[in-house]
Design a protein around this ligand. Structure first.
Ligand code: SF4
Length: 304
């Protein structure tokens, strides 16, 4: 497993970086594509754009809007946060790393941190819920520890790396938080760790990260990798001009949708899919209810 990861992330002998001209062309495209929105915005009420917002708005708009106000931590969705904290601690740990110990420290640090949004949720868990969360996090951390090769300092590993690209005097801000980056600007590899299976939207999310990195530093990253801990597989993509083109178009389209929904108050549309499974509207949305019923019983004939 560790060799697979090394093979997936290593630099190919024929790799050449994307030229500065291409990156600047993408920047012009991005700014031109958003100029109409920027002139309607105020820096005091700026538009903040994240991979999560872009993914949800390109999925089901009603789910996206509900998620802006109805998000709630659960034992299931907080385990990724605990994993990321544990990986961050484990990478910088002096001495032998014992998964259960690292996870306990991660849980305690998060619970004590009122500034981390997951902190108060972890703090109020019952003993049995906390034990369940601990068990899941140890499982995930152990998988990471087994499958990832030790990260050498010379690879410049950075965990939970935040990046931002501010546009139009901070009227539009693109922000990212990469699970793991390796390498220097211009040949960086951006890695997203997933506790479950890899989905099609994960590739789009990393392309957005590549776009922000290219705009922020003027140099595109080298490669993108989504790593599934449960399957011990990485899906990798080299960053090419085509990848940046796809990212900039998807980002411009997504920001237009965000603006229409959040600022122009356009009525959101529904688009059923996997996201119905964890949608806060799943018990009240007719479209989602029908979709989930058909998913459970493919022979059922339903129209929606
Ligand atoms: S239940 Fe499904 S279709 Fe309905 S709002 Fe949620 S994600 Fe959209």
């Amino acid at each position: 497993m560790q060799q697979d990861v090394l093979d997936a992330l290593s630099k190919q002998p024929d790799w050449t970086p994307i030229s500065r001209e291409v990156v600047e062309g993408i920047r012009t495209q991005l700014h031109n594509g958003l100029a109409d929105i920027a002139e309607k915005l105020d820096p005091q009420r700026a538009l903040w754009v994240s991979k999560h917002k872009l993914t949800t708005v390109h999925g089901c708009e009603a789910h996206h809007m509900a998620g802006l106000t109805d998000f709630a931590w659960t034992v299931n969705n907080v385990k990724g946060t605990v994993l990321h904290k544990a990986v961050e601690l484990g990478l910088n740990w002096q001495g032998a790393v014992i998964p259960a110990d690292i996870v306990d420290i991660a849980l305690n640090q998060l619970a004590d941190d009122d500034m981390a949004s997951a902190g108060p949720f972890i703090e109020q868990l019952s003993p049995s819920e906390r034990a369940q969360l601990r068990s899941s996090a140890i499982d995930l951390y152990t998988k990471f520890d087994e499958s990832f090769p030790p990260l050498k300092a010379s690879w410049r590993p950075v965990l939970e790396s935040s990046a931002r690209y501010e546009m139009f005097g901070q009227r539009i801000n693109l922000s990212t938080r990469a699970d793991l980056t390796l390498g220097a600007p211009g040949s960086k590899v951006i890695v997203d760790l997933k506790s479950g299976r890899i989905q099609a939207s994960h590739r789009e999310e990393l392309r957005f990260y590549a776009l922000v990195e290219a705009m922020r530093t003027g140099q595109a990253p080298r490669r993108l990798a989504t790593y599934s801990l449960v399957t011990a597989r990485a899906e990798v993509e080299d960053v090419t001009e085509g990848v940046l083109q796809a990212a900039v178009r998807k980002t411009i389209d997504g920001i237009h949708l965000l603006f229409e929904l959040q600022r122009d108050r356009r009525e959101p549309t529904t688009r059923p899919g996997t996201s119905c499974l964890w949608c806060p509207l799943a018990t009240s949305c007719t479209t989602g209810i029908k979709y989930l019923a058909q998913r459970d019983d493919p022979d059922a004939v339903l129209d929606y």
